[in-house]
Ligand binder design. Structure first.
Ligand SMILES: *[C@@H]1O[C@H](CO)[C@@H](O)[C@H](O)[C@H]1NC(C)=O
Ligand SMILES: *[C@@H]1O[C@H](CO)[C@@H](O)[C@H](O)[C@H]1NC(C)=O
Ligand SMILES: *[C@@H]1O[C@H](CO)[C@@H](O)[C@H](O)[C@H]1NC(C)=O
Length: 308
């Protein structure tokens, strides 16, 4: 009798051991993998011939299928600008695919109407943002290397395209240039239930290389080709801004300031006409904010703001 009991105990211990081993091994499932550079096909391309009419600045906006209101507000405000300070400017939206046939149809129609959508066949979910950003890099590399500068930004952003253009012209650095809100010393979040959790298997080091907040960064178009080119030899990370930072580190391109004063505001900023005349990008904008603020800025074109 005791012999059978002992066997039962051994069997239980063995099972527990196996379970422990299984759960401790689990993180290996997310062992770093590498992005396939030519992943997926382009489903939709915007209406632009960069060879014929090279733009000075291309703004690439990440958004999801549901964010039609945000795209409309951007088209009516900063995204609608086509010429700033005598420079050609164009805004395009980056999208993946949705499981909903209705959303796919609506997006197809929107693309027919506005011809400003770049879409590839990857699933449009938050943690595919790296794929979305890399689609933008690939599009520049293949279809628009003639652009001088590129901005990658989000659909809840205010962008002062005029001031950005002015600063880029003043800076006059058209190769190996990368700017934005620089995070020189950020580190991976290791708390498992945090939205931005990154395991030691995904990223074993304690520091990230310098990178710019994904809410809005700007670069010379050659950087798009170089990042695209090197992206399949950099361990994939779902945090798109850090991933681009890893590519930049490998390319030995250091993010640099655009201006002596802060112009990128990933944490948001209270609106005033004068304040927003001297910024490049501001986060946490609803579509209604954009429309209201834009109108206020248009209405006060001649308003004298203190020049300090
Ligand atoms: C990202 O897109 C790919 C391709 O469609 C898909 O296989 C993958 O599951 C998506 N990632 C996430 C986190 O859903
Ligand atoms: C921009 O820089 C180039 C050299 O890189 C120089 O030849 C040119 O004069 C500069 N333009 C302005 C407006 O400063
Ligand atoms: C792409 O990368 C390879 C090495 O990985 C390099 O030899 C080549 O010059 C790069 N091309 C561009 C356009 O940067």
């Amino acid at each position: 009798m005791t012999f059978v009991k002992m066997r039962l105990v051994y069997a239980c211990l063995l099972m527990m051991g196996a379970l422990c081993l299984y759960f401790s091994m689990e993180p290996f499932k997310e062992f770093p993998f590498v992005l396939k550079k030519d992943h997926g096909k382009f489903l939709r391309l915007p209406d632009i011939d960069c060879k014929q009419n090279p733009p000075f600045l291309v703004l690439l906006v990440t958004s999801s299928h549901k964010q039609l209101a945000a795209r409309m507000a951007i088209r009516k405000t900063w995204g609608g600008e086509t010429e700033v300070q005598g420079q050609r400017v164009r805004t395009f939206f980056l999208l993946g695919t949705s499981d909903s046939a209705h959303e796919m149809d609506a997006t197809a129609q929107e693309s027919e109407q506005h011809r400003d959508i770049i879409q590839k066949d990857f699933k449009d979910v938050y943690f595919n943002l790296t794929l979305k950003t890399m689609m933008g890099m690939e599009w520049i590399h293949h279809f628009c290397p003639q652009a001088t500068f590129v901005m990658k930004t989000d659909s809840d952003m205010f962008v002062n395209v005029g001031y950005l253009t002015e600063l880029l012209l003043k800076k006059n650095k058209t190769t190996r240039f990368f700017t934005g809100y620089i995070k020189p010393n950020d580190f991976p979040i290791r708390q498992k239930f945090n939205k931005w959790f990154v395991s030691k298997f995904e990223y074993p080091w304690d520091r990230y290389p310098p990178f710019c907040s994904g809410t809005g960064y700007v670069f010379s178009s050659d950087v798009a080709s170089q990042v695209y080119n090197i992206s399949d030899s950099v361990p994939f990370l779902k945090l798109e801004d850090v991933f681009v930072g890893l590519c930049l580190a490998k390319l030995k391109i250091r993010p640099e300031e655009l201006h002596t004063k802060q112009t990128f505001f990933p944490g948001g900023l209270r609106f005033s006409v004068c304040r927003f005349q001297k910024i490049v990008a501001c986060h946490f904008m609803t579509p209604q904010d954009l429309l209201t603020y834009w109108q206020a800025m248009e209405a006060s074109r001649e308003q004298d703001c203190p020049s300090v």
